[in-house]
Design a binder for this molecule. Structure first.
Ligand code: HSE
Length: 393
C-alpha cells in the first residue's frame, strides 16, 4: 500500500510550475498543502493563501511529511533540506549545486534521522541516471560515465554549429526558454555540469569529491576561430563531463569542451537534450538520452522521486559502504587544442608533448598532451588569457 504524501513545495519557478502541471493531471495519493516562495509580489496562477514566504511554516508543519525543494539559492536550499530531514520529513530536491557541495553531510543526516533525500531531477533533467547507477549498476564495474549534462550550453553549441547563430543570441534564447541558471556562467562555465558529475561519481564509484577539486572548463571563451577550426575538421564542439576509472585504483573527473565527430554517439545530441554514456565491464556501452532542462522534463523526474517516496524508497549508498580501493585523482594526461593569446602561458602550462602548432597574429593554437593537474593549477591564468581549451579525441 502506498503512503499518502502531504507536500510542502519550496520554489514555484520553471520546475515548480512544471511539476505542478504534471501533478494536476494525475490521480496520485498526494496533495500539495503549501508553497514557500521568495517573492510575494510576483503574480501567481494559484490562490494566494497557498503561498507563504516563511520557510518554517512548512518545515514545522506536522501534517507535511514530504518537502520538495526547487529553489536556486544553494545555501538556502541546504538549510531547508537539512532541517526538513532532521524534522523527520523525506525530501526531493533538484538543486545540483547544493547536493554536490554537501552530499556527504546529507547522507550522514539521512542515516542519523532515518529519512530519505532523492534528487533524480538534479542530474540531466528527465534522464533516470541516478537510480540506475544506484540500483541497476550496483554490481557492475563502470569504466566510465560521460556525456552531455548541461542543456543550456548544448543548446548554445547546437545553435552555433547547426544554424550559424551567434553566441549571445543563443544564450538569450536558452535563458528565455527557462533552461539557463539565474547566473548563466554556471552553465557556460561548466560549473553546473561539474556539480552533476560530482553527484554521478558518488553513485557510480562511491566517492565524495568536492566540486572545487574537479576541473571545469566551459564554452564561454569560444571564438569564431575555434568554430572555424572545428568545422574544417568536421567536428562539432560539445561540453563533456567525464568520470573514468583507471587501473582499479583511481577515478578521474573533469568537464571540458570536446571535439566530437559524427562517429561519436554525442554528435547528434542537440539543443537542450542531454546524453549519458555508460561504459561498463559486462554490459559494455549503454546510452541514455533525453531532455536535460525545462520545467516539464525536470518536473517528471521530480515527480518520479515523489512517487518513490510513497513506498519509502531511499538511496542506500552501497558503493560508499563497501570497502573500495578507488581514490579521486587529477594526475591524468589528456590531449587538448589550446587557442591562446599570450605566448608566455605555454611555459607555465608545461605541455608534455606537442603535436601541432599554429602561429598567426590573431589566432595562435597548440595541440598537445597536458596533465589535468596543470590545467587546474593554471585555470586563472587561462581565464585571464581568454584562451579556449578543447579536448581532442
Ligand atoms: N541550467 C541547467 C541546464 C538546468 O541547462 O542543464 C537543468 O539542470
Amino acid at each position: 500500500m502506498s503512503k499518502k504524501l502531504t507536500l510542502g513545495l519550496f520554489g514555484f519557478g520553471v520546475v515548480g510550475q512544471g511539476l505542478y502541471d504534471i501533478i494536476k493531471t494525475k490521480k496520485l495519493n498526494l496533495e500539495i498543502k503549501r508553497f514557500a516562495i521568495k517573492n510575494p509580489d510576483k503574480k501567481r496562477t494559484l490562490p494566494l493563501e497557498l503561498f507563504t514566504t516563511q520557510a518554517d511554516e512548512l518545515l514545522d508543519d506536522v501534517e507535511i511529511n514530504t518537502i520538495v525543494e526547487l529553489i536556486d539559492d544553494a545555501d538556502a536550499a541546504f538549510h531547508i533540506v537539512s532541517k526538513a530531514l532532521k524534522n523527520g520529513k523525506n525530501v526531493v530536491s533538484a538543486n545540483k549545486k547544493m547536493i554536490a557541495t554537501h552530499l556527504e553531510e546529507l547522507v550522514d543526516i539521512q542515516q542519523a534521522y532515518g529519512t530519505s533525500l532523492l534528487y533524480e531531477g538534479a542530474v540531466c533533467g528527465s534522464i533516470p541516471i541516478i537510480r540506475n547507477l544506484e540500483e541497476y549498476y550496483d554490481n557492475e564495474l563502470l569504466h566510465s560515465v560521460s556525456g552531455i549534462f548541461n542543456g543550456s550550453s548544448n543548446y548554445i553549441l547546437s545553435k552555433i554549429f547547426n544554424e550559424h547563430m551567434d553566441y549571445d543570441t543563443a544564450l538569450k534564447q536558452a535563458q528565455h526558454l527557462g533552461f539557463a541558471e539565474t547566473d548563466p556562467i554556471l552553465d557556460v562555465g561548466g560549473f553546473d555540469a561539474k556539480f552533476k558529475l560530482a553527484i554521478v561519481a558518488s553513485h557510480a564509484y562511491g566517492l565524495y569529491v568536492k566540486p572545487e577539486e574537479i576541473l571545469n572548463i566551459g564554452i564561454d571563451q569560444l571564438s569564431d576561430y575555434d568554430i572555424r577550426f572545428a568545422r574544417e575538421k568536421n567536428y562539432k564542439i560539445k561540453l563533456v563531463p567525464t568520470a573514468k576509472e583507471i587501473g582499479n585504483e583511481k577515478v578521474i573527473l573533469y568537464v571540458i569542451p570536446k571535439f566530437v565527430n559524427e562517429k561519436s554517439i554525442l554528435y547528434s545530441v542537440e539543443n537542450e537534450y542531454n546524453g549519458v554514456v555508460v561504459q561498463a565491464a559486462f554490459a559494455d556501452q549503454q546510452f541514455f538520452y533525453g531532455k536535460g532542462a525545462g520545467g516539464h522534463p525536470t518536473g517528471s523526474a521530480v515527480l518520479s522521486d515523489i512517487a518513490a517516496l510513497r513506498y519509502d524508497y531511499r538511496y542506500e549508498y552501497k558503493k560508499h559502504l563497501e570497502a573500495t580501493q578507488l581514490n579521486h585523482s587529477n594526475n591524468h594526461k589528456i590531449t587538448v587544442y589550446l587557442r591562446y593569446n599570450d605566448e608566455s602561458i605555454l611555459e607555465k602550462l608545461n605541455f608534455l608533448k606537442v603535436s601541432e602548432r599554429h602561429y598567426a597574429r590573431e589566432f595562435k593554437y597548440i595541440i598537445g598532451d597536458i596533465n589535468l593537474e596543470s590545467l587546474i593549477a593554471n585555470k586563472d591564468l587561462l581565464a585571464a588569457d581568454k584562451g579556449f581549451v578543447v579536448e581532442v579525441p
